[in-house]
Write a protein that binds this ligand. Sequence first.
Ligand SMILES: Cc1cc2nc3c(=O)[nH]c(=O)nc-3n(C[C@H](O)[C@H](O)[C@H](O)COP(=O)(O)O)c2cc1C
Length: 220
Amino acid sequence: MDALQAIIKRRSVRRYTDEPVSDETIQELCRIALLAPTDSMSQAWSLIAVTDAGTREALSELVIDGGAKYFAQMRPPKEGTSAAEHSAWAREYAEGAIGSMRKAPAWIAGLLVPRNLMPNAKDVERDANMTSVGFMFENLMVAARAMGLGTVPMVFHRFHEQRFKDLLDIPDEVEVPLLSPLGVPEEFPTSLPPALQKIRRPWKTLVHTDGWGNPLQSAD
Ligand SMILES: Cc1cc2nc3c(=O)[nH]c(=O)nc-3n(C[C@H](O)[C@H](O)[C@H](O)COP(=O)(O)O)c2cc1C
């Protein structure tokens, strides 16, 4: 699959099979990810590939539980439900939506490793570092799609950030903005879920010509 097709066909994959992925493939994906542009050539990044079965299991539980916390916050409780009932609903929803990630043969974490090169412009440096980590992760996700593998950028681990860092021995100063399962999907989604499709803005409303306020297509 060529690069354009891989970009077009990449979709967030949330349902996985337990089909194995070789260490060579995982390493090749990491190598390609790290070809991304990096501010000041700082390489303020790293990846952790998790394949050990016990660690994957602990990680999956933490992510699914973090997902439940996310859904409990993002979806309003049904009228008349108690906080405990709403939490139980969110837990069940997370199980249905991402429970199959337990089967994925690997998880990949994208790390921001500060290099402290710009002491007088720390915010600029951090934003540039974070952007670079995003580019790196996109490389990985697009390359994975080209190889027939699924990914989804996730932040659910951040609802249990310290537990997550302890599990992988990540030092305090290192941030983990992104995490993804890596594996063979049950199937590749060909479109967004209906709820997300509904809120997708037409791309022409997001492209302005010669300055803000002149989009290719009006938003309304
Ligand atoms: C920074 C970032 C964080 C995300 N976090 C999550 C997440 O925690 N859980 C999840 O299921 N999807 C997450 N997503 C995936 C988005 O929901 C998804 O990219 C978006 O709905 C568009 O769908 P697509 O990736 O199939 O194009 C995240 C995406 C980005 C860019």
